[in-house]
Design a protein around this ligand. Structure first.
Ligand code: FAD
Length: 381
């Protein structure tokens, strides 16, 4: 795409090459067992693609956030499950340690996170704290040079599968605070993976803390800074989910174009009929718009919360279009589109959740509108 610099274009070529090469690694043939995703993510680590934005002296590639975004997009075009597990590990967990960890914490956790030897999740949601995350009730009570953690986190991606989690809990009199909690900490338990509409091979479950003791040096950032940390990480996360949706859109378009030219009815390929052409044209246009908006949001990630409405716009637009065109992709495939074996119906099931997690479409519009009404410079986009 014309808007990419030469370096970004090269990065995209490399990522595409790696996605193709990753097919020889277990899990690379799609719709795989959960254990295969470990091999996949370790392989991406061995290629230097975890923490690509970190400077080389810390083991990263010093690349832009756009490059990380393009990895999520390329993975999602192949498989939205793997894209999500990569996105959460990189954008929400590894970035948390990098942006908010002190020198000792970075040295302790980053090498394994970068290599993909350890993988990390992000746990904020609770029974009564979904969109209203600030009302979370998990508590971390200071005790013996650390904190006793009690509460339940709901619907956590990779719960029981990732090795460690950034967990948000309320410290009495200090407020919401972020902690790194390792999965094997006594008092930490995991529910069974939830059967879901889509993302069939992504484990999503509850995490229970029953008086789990977390040492002081596992606290990320300042006491009471946790909510601001969560919002900052979710800014990047929303761009990541927008990229997941763009990848799904690319899959819809690629599959639909190929099928429409090959499938013949009434003596000619269905691509010759205007009804099909209009769907393809709209799909391609929305794909281009979603990708451009997502790339622009990724480029502006260093501007932080000043561009929060832009990150929200990218996710809202791309996720809505992914759902709309996953439906169209099924329509273009006719009855075959409804059959599991055709491998198109899952695009609809996988796309729906992009309108829900990391900020529902309603919350994203609230974010956009409230900033617009409070002086956001929309002309800066
Ligand atoms: C597959 C999956 C993976 C997930 N992974 C994680 C994870 O890794 N970590 C994590 O912390 N969480 C995770 N979540 C949770 C997810 O972030 C929440 O589901 C999401 O934030 C919405 O919260 P909720 O489900 O409680 O919905 P609610 O907040 O209860 O919302 C219900 C409905 O009300 C609407 N609504 C709420 N408030 C308003 C308002 N003020 N104005 C207008 N409408 C409103 C919402 O938009 C929605 O339509 C995951 C969820 C799923 C499904």
């Amino acid at each position: 795409m014309a808007s990419l610099s030469e370096e970004e274009q090269q990065a995209r070529e490399t990522i595409r090459y790696l996605v193709a090469a990753s097919r020889s690694v277990p899990g690379g043939a799609l719709a795989s067992a959960r254990e295969d995703w470990r091999a996949q993510l370790a392989w991406w680590g061995s290629q230097g693609y975890h923490g690509v934005t970190l400077p080389p002296e810390w083991g990263g590639q010093g690349k832009s956030f756009l490059v990380q975004t393009m990895v999520v997009e390329a993975l999602a075009e192949a498989d939205a499950n793997l894209a999500l597990l990569y996105e959460v590990h990189n954008t929400l967990h590894l970035e948390a340690v990098w942006r908010y960890g002190d020198e000792a914490q970075r040295r302790r956790w980053l090498p394994d996170l970068l290599a993909g030897r350890r993988l990390g999740g992000f746990a904020v949601t609770e029974e009564e704290a979904g969109s209203d995350a600030e009302s979370l009730a998990t508590v971390a009570v200071p005790e013996g040079g650390g904190y006793r953690l009690s509460g339940v986190k709901r619907m956590i991606t990779g719960a029981g599968w990732y090795d460690q989690y950034v967990v948000f809990a309320r410290v009495p009199e200090a407020g919401i605070t972020a902690f790194v909690v390792e999965a094997d900490t006594p008092g930490v338990g995991f529910g069974s993976p939830e059967p879901m509409l889509g993302l069939d091979s992504t484990p999503v479950a509850d995490i229970t803390f029953e008086g789990a003791w977390i040492p002081e040096d596992h606290r990320l950032g300042e006491l009471g800074q946790g909510y601001a940390i969560a919002l900052d990480l979710l800014d990047g996360g929303r761009v990541g989910i927008a990229a997941q949706a763009v990848g799904i859109l690319a899959a819809c378009l690629g599959r639909s174009l190929a099928f429409a030219q090959q499938r013949r009815q009434f003596g000619r390929p269905i691509a010759r009929y205007q009804g099909i052409q209009w769907m393809l044209a709209e799909m391609a246009t929305d794909f281009a718009a979603a990708r451009l908006l997502t790339y622009e949001a990724a480029r502006r990630r260093p501007e932080g919360e000043r561009q929060r409405p832009l990150y929200a716009m990218a996710k809202w637009f791309a996720s809505r279009k992914a759902v709309q065109h996953a439906l169209n992709a099924i329509q273009i495939h006719g009855g075959r589109g409804y059959l599991r074996k055709t491998g198109v119906e899952h695009l609809l099931r996988d796309s729906k959740v992009t309108e829900l997690y990391e900020g529902t479409s309603e919350i994203l519009r609230l974010v956009i509108a409230s900033r617009l009404l409070n002086g956001y410079n929309w002309d800066s986009i």
